[in-house]
Design a protein around this ligand. Structure first.
Ligand code: GLV
Length: 328
């Protein structure tokens, strides 16, 4: 068993109770050649979103039966190649849903009410007096929120928005059930309507070829000049240079961004602008959730070693049904 990067200690202890562990106890991550050489001959790899398992890398894996990603997303792993090679891929959904939604809302509120600017202002010593329009921002309550991607995290964001009496529009490949729409007060709309009518646009789609650059220059131009964009999904879902330019030119008002196209690089213009709140990919980063993600990933890996179907299998076609499926 290889663990490519530092995880919470209790997860490593759990692993050590079940297997021999080669633990790369560092935050650096393994360079591709070392990743391959250390993965050789091991059955399970506990990996993170910074480990790139391209088709080429996966082709060279020998003997590996499971890639257990410590993340909800799995765009760092070329799933079709893994599936073709019979390698199980697992992720850590559910445990991060509410935490990620909390952070999307934190970014939304911080951008709307200029929290980071306000903090910097107080720190700077420039605060002399109360004035009628000092750091005025946008209201959140009663406004329209447009959500791209009404999966688990999108729904958790919608639940929060209900508490703020927001009108909620959403767009996805398919509408959710009428029951969920009713319960959360959701309105399924075409992409164009969502962009044109939303005061806030929050993105909760996975990164797929179809969602790459979902928001580019054309989409930004369809948004209100007072609109605020929030991205806690994956960087390449938005055209980062186009967002930076739209923020500079006042095509949209503000943004809250947790993810970037080439992390840890950030478009230099974004670093100069005041009307954007930036975070280093931390939407799921609460102590409890990161612990749970670590434990969940190692439990998935151990399941495969013990011949059990992992609870969070991504490529389910490799092991279709827990109750009746044969052990592959
Ligand atoms: C983080 O981005 C995750 O996918 O868990």
């Amino acid at each position: 068993m290889l663990v490519t990067k530092r995880i919470y200690p209790e997860a490593v202890e759990f692993l050590r109770d079940h297997a021999d562990v080669d633990y790369a106890d560092s935050d650096d991550g393994l360079p591709p050649a070392e990743l391959l050489s250390r993965a050789r001959g091991t059955q399970a790899v506990v990996c993170q979103l910074t480990d790139k398992f391209s088709a080429q890398v996966i082709e060279q894996l020998e003997g590996v039966r499971v890639l257990a990603n410590v993340a909800g997303g799995f765009d760092n792993i070329e799933i079709p190649t893994a599936t073709r090679k019979g390698i199980f891929v697992t992720n850590t959904p559910d445990v991060l849903t509410e935490t990620t939604a909390d952070f999307a809302f934190a970014l939304l509120m911080a951008a709307a009410r200029r929290v980071v600017e306000a903090h910097a202002f107080v720190h700077s010593g420039e605060w002399r007096r109360w004035t009628i329009d000092l750091l005025v921002g946008q209201d959140i309550h009663g406004k329209t929120l447009g959500i791209f991607g009404m999966g688990r995290i999108g729904q958790a964001v919608a639940r929060r928005a209900r508490g703020f009496s927001m009108r909620i529009l959403y767009h996805d490949l398919q509408p959710v059930s009428a029951m969920v729409e009713r319960e959360l007060g959701l309105e399924f709309v075409p992409k164009e309507k969502l962009l044109a009518e939303s005061d806030f646009v929050s993105i909760h789609v996975p990164l797929l070829p179809e969602t790459m650059r979902l928001i580019g220059a054309a989409e930004l131009r369809q948004m209100k000049p007072t609109a605020i964009l929030v991205n806690t999904a994956r960087g390449p879902v938005v055209d980062e240079a186009a967002v930076a330019e739209a923020l500079r030119a006042g095509i949209i008002a503000s943004a809250g961004l947790d993810v970037f196209e080439r992390e840890p690089e950030v478009h230099p213009l974004l670093l100069e602008l005041k009307n954007v709140v930036l975070a280093p990919h931390i939407a799921s980063a609460s102590v409890d959730t990161r612990r749970r993600m670590s434990m969940m990933a190692v439990s998935n890996a151990v399941a495969i070693l013990e011949g059990r179907r992992p609870p969070n299998l991504v490529n389910t076609e490799l092991w279709p049904d827990q109750a009746v499926g044969p052990v592959p």
